[in-house]
Design a protein around this ligand. Structure first.
Ligand code: EPZ
Length: 421
């Protein structure tokens, strides 16, 4: 796993154009959803990242006929040969979101036996809402020897109110409900664009879902789902990460093939730093001279400020002319980038769920360690603007969600190389 490091020499302003592809979080839901169909499906614009490779492996293991062309960003899934409902832990430990298979397999064949997902660096990541919702839909769900074993004759529609807004919980229950008998209503549903993208894909397959993007999603169960072709939405977090890098390095970066309408709060926060933003239908250009103004943020479910951009804005505030407060309300342990940034000279103190960031004129390069996906992006961005050279270890975290990030950054003028450890 720990085969590569990134060597970065900071100081170069990022200048130029980069593009983003399909989102990690939408792709790891849309691909498993294709198991619900009784015809082949095609998904386009997939990111060529580790998590997609894991989903590919799991679908093959289940017996689906999968043609995957990573460079073409296309996957064709024919679920008809699926002959198993068992996914061993050595697969599910590689990607937490493997729990999407619960809803997809229960909907498809009325049973699943899937390795229980572990927690991860940013928190315990419980899945009680997923399990409770599946039980409300009539499934028998047991956790036994590290596996989730669920069975159901045919799921039956239910009125589900989740205890909190859960993105993958909402998506998992939608997947389970599309072939259930009768109507399902999910209240307190997540409103993320990725939830809407999944529902759009399922509706293209013949599902009857309304209310996606609102707190109440209704699903009228149908007898079958036919094949479809779906292009996943752009990765709004990758786009945001590159825009933050443009601000922090005081550069001029154009991000294309993104969806600004899904990034409004992040773009507003970037404007508040004093950056100049030009925005088109599917592109955003950011220009920055001088140090950013501090911008305080509080992570909340969509359409509020996304927790997946918290670490990147923490880095931005490290360079700001002033003090900012960053409050993380979604995950209990999502400040692990803080000690690494402090080793670079950042002035950050943590009080409960809030980090107080006093901006400094310079950070200095050193050896830093990635701890989770978005933390690794924040450390790369810090190193790009720091004085001197940095080595970023454990970048397998980065590779889970960013496709060859160093190549894109190098094309923007960054001094960054990937080396074998
Ligand atoms: C999704 O995680 C994303 N992952 C996360 O992105 C993202 O940070 C998160 O949503 C919030 O936007 C994928 O889509 C694959 P939640 P998810 O359920 O669904 C609690 C990244 O970096 N909760 O919305 O797991 C949970 O502990 C990743 O791309 C329960 O208590 O997050 C958290 O406090 C990181 N019980 C809160 O709800 C449950 O059954 C929201 O989590 C489910 C969740």
């Amino acid at each position: 796993m720990d085969r590569y490091k990134l060597l970065i020499t900071g100081g170069a302003p990022l200048r130029g154009e980069t593009t983003v592809f399909g989102g990690k979080n939408t792709s790891v839901a849309v691909v498993p959803a294709m198991l619900l169909c009784d015809e082949p499906c095609v998904v386009e614009n997939l990111p060529d990242i580790e998590d997609i490779h894991v989903v590919y492996d799991m679908l093959n293991l289940l017996g689906a006929k999968v043609d995957y062309e990573p460079k073409a960003r296309r996957m064709t899934v024919d679920p008809r040969p699926v002959n198993s409902f068992h996914v061993p832990y050595q697969y599910t430990q590689r990607m937490r979101a493997s729990y999407y298979l619960w809803g997809a397999l229960l909907g498809r064949c009325g049973q699943c036996e899937v390795g229980y997902p572990g927690g991860c660096a940013i928190g315990a990541r419980p899945v009680d809402q997923h399990i409770r919702g599946l039980r409300q839909l009539g499934a028998t769900v047991d956790i036994d020897h590290g596996y989730v074993r669920a069975t159901a004759q045919r799921l039956k529609g239910a009125h589900i109110v989740t205890d909190m807004v859960t993105v993958t919980g909402t998506e998992n229950l939608v997947m389970a409900a599309v072939l259930a008998e009768g109507e399902t209503v999910i209240e307190n549903a997540a409103r993320e664009p990725e939830v809407v993208d999944l529902c759009d894909c399922l509706n293209a397959m013949g599902a009857h879902i309304t209310g996606a993007g609102t707190p109440v999603i209704s699903i009228e169960g149908v007898e079958r789902l036919h094949g479809a072709e779906h292009t996943v939405i752009a990765d709004r977090i990758e786009a945001g990460s590159f825009l933050v890098a443009g601000v922090v390095t005081q550069g001029d970066v154009l991000v294309t093939h993104c969806q600004p309408s899904q990034m409004e709060v992040v773009l507003d926060k970037l404007r508040a730093t004093g950056a100049v933003l030009d925005i088109g239908a599917d592109w955003v250009r950011v220009r920055m001279t001088g140090r950013p103004k501090p911008v305080s943020i509080r992570t909340v479910p969509h359409p509020g400020f996304p927790t997946d951009m918290q670490a990147q804005f923490m880095t931005l505030n490290c360079f700001a002319e002033g003090t900012a407060n960053i409050t993380e309300t979604i995950f209990e342990n999502r400040f692990m980038h803080v000690p690494e940034l402090c080793r670079m000279g950042a002035h950050i103190t943590i009080e409960g769920h809030t980090a107080i960031v006093e901006g400094v004129a310079q950070l200095t390069g050193t050896t830093i360690m990635a701890t989770d996906l978005r933390a690794s992006a924040s450390l790369v961005i810090a190193a790009l603007a720091a004085q001197g050279s940095s080595t970023v270890d454990r970048i397998y975290h980065l590779d889970r969600g960013y496709e060859r990030m160093e190549e894109k950054l190098r094309a923007l003028g960054a001094d960054i190389v990937r080396i074998d450890v």
